[in-house]
Design a protein around this ligand. Sequence first.
Ligand SMILES: CC(C)(COP(=O)(O)OP(=O)(O)OC[C@H]1O[C@@H](n2cnc3c(N)ncnc32)[C@H](O)[C@@H]1OP(=O)(O)O)[C@@H](O)C(=O)NCCC(=O)NCCS
Length: 224
Amino acid sequence: MASVQIRKYRDEDAEAVKELFTLGMSEHVPSSFMHLLKQPLTQLVLMVLVCALLTSSKSFLLPILAATLFLAASRQSVVFMFNRYIDASIKDDLGNISETYLKRKESCFWVAESEGRLVGTVGCLPAAAAPACLELKRLCVCRSHRGMGIAKALCATVAEHTRHSGFAAVQLQTSVVQTDAQKLYENLGYVRTKEFSAPGFIASVLNFTLFEYRLDLDTDRKSD
Ligand SMILES: CC(C)(COP(=O)(O)OP(=O)(O)OC[C@H]1O[C@@H](n2cnc3c(N)ncnc32)[C@H](O)[C@@H]1OP(=O)(O)O)[C@@H](O)C(=O)NCCC(=O)NCCS
């Protein structure tokens, strides 16, 4: 990994962390929109709309206009869903990282720095529903620094911290559209343990599935 240092979060990193997270999440809007277009319900609504307008108006213009409007509104719904998630995350833990992650010794937040610039983030907290696990959160690497092993190193830092703190496993959640992240976790030995629908109306229409992954530290030493 080229000249990248992983260190604990400091308060002066706050804005850069929020910016990286916002960019990292927003980049999933196009793939989520494509995911929406692949859903049978979306295709059915679009087809019924076009056919109904075509037969009732006997013109091509109205169905084309309606289909364009439908697609634009669908894309806006995806943007809205991501913006809401970003805002909620910033209001929740990312709005006060020191308070959320650095007050208890089992939690932590790290950043990856390259030439004085923040290029990656990751945090961990005790998993709410699994007392033996720490939850890996907010993994993100700046686009310009991808493919250099930074995420791998950040995950290894979390695994090391988890083992050191006496927890048996690392747990995390990712989504159906975060395919790079899925490959990363599977490559590191994480096992998919659960699939469930993301909360919210738009997410359910979108069939936006979340995946839970787990790395058992007793049996898997790959991330050492
Ligand atoms: C997922 C993410 C963190 C990966 O960061 P990265 O620094 O590029 O990852 P690394 O260079 O450490 O790659 C490690 C492994 O991940 C997998 N991987 C990462 N990006 C990949 C891609 N584009 N295609 C295929 N595999 C990929 C590979 O297995 C890779 O190992 P290899 O290089 O030995 O093949 C980054 O793409 C990102 O920040 N995405 C946006 C935010 C996000 O979705 N975060 C996940 C939250 S759950």
